[in-house]
Design a binder for this molecule. Structure first.
Ligand SMILES: Cc1cn([C@H]2C[C@H](O)[C@@H](COP(=O)(O)OP(=O)(O)O[C@H]3O[C@@H](C)C(=O)[C@@H](O)[C@H]3O)O2)c(=O)[nH]c1=O
Length: 215
């Protein structure tokens, strides 16, 4: 990891307007287009207020996505692992992920053939306290491990659920250091998923934010 950090991927997100960023901190990661977003919090005696997603603000930062579905899942036990999942074109999904309760270790794997970060992963701790979000462009696998009981994940998706396009890569086949305390709790589907070495990725680099290969 690390070879691509610091290079704003204008083939994925548009140019950033000057002044963007006061209300929204944006950090790049080792995978082009995978971003850590931290919206500002307005604190007072009651607590805080936060715009967790603002289309105009992201647009000023060059990030235009038409989110069409919001998802929530709850995992009771720490070390629950969900992933690594993707939807293939024409229903590829970008995702904006945050933690509503508990603590998450959220992971993206670059599955865009020809990407400078092909096969690399990034993992980010997300909690309700830190308010961080992980933005994962289409073309990356997504998964997470829970670090606390009753952990809730909340995420926006840029395309609808399309079970026919749904795919899974085995969680332990990409060299990810999940930091687990023991054997993970997995769904039957995830436990039976094929490994990365057998994964015939439908994604190529560059890959547009809409989730379609560039012409
Ligand atoms: C993903 C999804 C599932 N479902 C249904 C199918 C099934 O009956 C039940 C549970 O589905 P799953 O086992 O696939 O749920 P889960 O393992 O939580 O799947 C999710 O994992 C994370 C890592 C992602 O990135 C998501 O895109 C999604 O793939 O919910 C929907 O109705 N809509 C959806 O969008």
């Amino acid at each position: 990891m690390g070879t691509c950090a610091g290079t704003w991927p204008e083939n994925i997100w548009g140019p950033r307007q000057q002044g963007a960023g006061a209300e929204l901190q944006i950090e790049e990661t080792a995978i082009p287009g995978v971003l850590i977003l931290t919206p500002a919090r307005h604190s007072d005696g009651r607590g805080f207020f936060c715009e967790t997603w603002n289309a105009r603000r992201l647009g000023e930062a060059g990030i235009t996505l038409d989110f069409v579905q919001d998802n929530q899942s709850l995992s009771h036990v720490p070390d629950t692992v969900r992933g690594l999942h993707y939807q293939a074109p024409p229903h590829a999904q970008a995702k904006l992920v945050r933690c509503g309760r508990g603590a998450l270790f959220d992971v993206a794997v670059d599955a865009r053939r020809g990407s400078p970060a092909w096969g690399q992963w990034v993992g980010v701790d997300l909690t309700p306290e830190d308010g961080r979000q992980l933005l994962i462009p289409a073309g990356c696998l997504h998964g997470f491990a829970t670090r606390a009981p009753d952990t809730e994940i909340l995420y926006k998706c840029s395309d609808f659920y399309a079970p026919d396009c749904d795919g899974t890569v085995r969680w332990d086949s990409c060299g990810i250091d999940w930091g687990l305390g023991g054997a993970p709790v997995l769904s039957e589907k995830d436990a039976a998923a094929p490994p990365w070495a057998e994964f015939d990725s439908p994604f190529t680099w560059p890959f547009t934010r809409e989730g379609t290969p560039c012409a």
